[in-house]
Design a protein around this ligand. Structure first.
Ligand code: GLU
Length: 447
């Protein structure tokens, strides 16, 4: 079976040259499916893997817009509609200079399994543009979003494909995108999630990803009879996901000692708590994409320029910035520091060799496609709210979110044990997500 899986990995590499992030996720997911394919030869006969690794549709488009100086700018927009076996395509839009087809496909592929794990009816999609919102005026961001939606609207819809936010796409961008969609189609629908509360957004959606990550971490620790109370935690990032994570960690009695940005990280010996959590929002709103001002504001904090927080001694590490921020040398530092747990907040923050090293040294990993699924799960609740022309209370949302995260942990742990991997949540999440999609694909014939 190992040989067969290698063949699929080879096909994906040949068909998608120059897209290492996509190759990385294909390799990581498919390798863990070996025992599943062995037990289910019907999947192989039905060409299930051949179909799964090929997106149903990949859209690339030009996004022309005019900047504040009157100069014409051109970006490239993307939407990958990867798999619709269990529901309409669902996944965020990322605006960042690093966005290209390989990043969009990697995120779209991960999204298939993540969405399946939630137990909700949502397929996998993702999109974005190589547009950098840093330092852009509101008017520039609006013109960009309007131009982006002027093409994207042809491909999406509340029952077809429902985008949301991701890196570089927050409430402001979703607002502009929604406004343009409504204007073009004259339709008020739940075509986007992560909307503002006054126009269909879900109360609790903003913090959902971070809260979900912490619920998942809590379950992971509980498996070993431990709790978050009194644990020190190194978090990376300072955006929406990091903010939600830090907030919930504080509520559950943990102490967050770091946050980070592209400029470096800050170590706060007293913990990131109280008004310092609110300061993270100010940092984000400044649009500068730096964390150094935190250390200027609070005496208990020290700024480490150009460094990542992985050399810091902590009980628990929660990367919440972006993909591939933990390399093998970071993994070695973590192990030297006695790291026992790492829970991935960002999508695929750990390289495959770092992951292997950490697991070999008995570090328990909460994989991103399970741990950060709370965001997209609440997006699906937002879709339900919009379709039902109703409004849910934060309590209703939080209760569902917590239950979903508990179930995801349970499913991943059970799938891992069933296929002989012990308590390996990385493999278990891949398997549990895959099985749900595979069964739906089998039932629907060769499409
Ligand atoms: N971008 C988020 C993710 O990576 C949320 C997607 C959504 O809500 O559709 O899952």
């Amino acid at each position: 079976m190992a040989k067969l899986v290698e063949q699929y990995i080879d096909i994906a590499k040949k068909r998608n040259p120059g897209e290492p992030e996509f190759h990385q996720t294909i390799e990581e997911v498919l390798t863990s499916l070996e025992p599943v394919l062995e037990a289910n030869p019907q999947y192989v006969e039905a060409g299930l893997l051949d179909r799964l690794i090929e997106p149903e549709r990949m859209i690339t488009f030009r996004v022309p817009w005019v900047d504040d100086e009157g100069k014409v700018q051109v970006n490239r927009g993307f939407r990958v509609q990867f798999n619709s076996a269990i529901g309409p395509y669902k996944g965020g839009l990322r605006f960042a200079p690093s966005v290209y087809s390989g990043v969009v496909k990697f995120l779209g592929f991960e999204q298939i399994f993540k969405n399946a794990l939630t137990g909700l009816p949502i397929g996998g999609g993702k999109g974005g543009a190589d547009f950098d919102p840093t330092g852009k005026s509101d008017a520039e961001v609006m013109r960009f979003c309007q131009s982006f939606m002027t093409e994207l609207y042809k491909h999406i819809g509340p029952d077809t494909d429902i985008p949301a936010g991701d890196l570089g796409v927050g409430a402001r961008e979703i607002g502009y995108l929604f406004g343009q969609y409504k204007r073009i189609l004259d339709q008020y629908s739940g075509v986007l999630t992560g909307k503002g509360i006054p126009y269909g957004g879900l109360q609790g959606r903003t913090e959902a990803t971070g809260f979900g990550i912490v619920f998942f971490t809590r379950e992971m620790l509980a498996h070993f009879g431990e709790s978050l109370e009194g644990k020190s935690v190194a978090v990376s990032g300072f955006g929406n996901v990091a903010w939600g994570t830090v907030t919930k960690l504080n509520e559950l009695g943990a102490k967050v000692v770091t946050i980070s940005g592209p400029d470096g990280y800050v170590y706060d010996e007293d913990g990131v708590s109280g008004e310092k959590i609110d300061f993270m929002l100010k940092l984000r709103a400044s649009g500068e994409n730096i964390v150094e001002p935190y250390a200027e504001q609070f005496k208990s904090a020290k700024f480490f320029k150009g460094e990542k927080p992985w050399g810091v001694k902590a009980d628990l590490y929660i990367p919440c910035a972006t993909q591939n921020e933990i390399h093998i040398e970071d993994a070695k530092k973590m192990v030297e520091n006695g790291c026992k747990y790492l829970c991935e907040g960002a999508n695929m923050p750990t390289t495959n060799d770092a992951l292997e090293y950490l697991q070999k040294h008995n570090v328990i990993i909460g994989p991103s496609k399970a741990a950060n699924a709370g965001g997209v799960a609440c997006s699906c609740i937002e879709m339900g709210q919009n379709a039902g022309h109703t409004v849910f209370t934060p309590t209703q949302v939080y209760e569902q979110l917590e239950q979903i995260m508990i179930n995801i942990h349970k499913q991943a742990a059970a799938a891992s044990a069933k296929y002989g991997y012990g308590y390996d949540l990385v493999k278990g999440a891949n398997i549990a997500g895959f099985l749900r999609v595979a069964e739906a694909m089998m039932a629907q014939g060769i499409v």
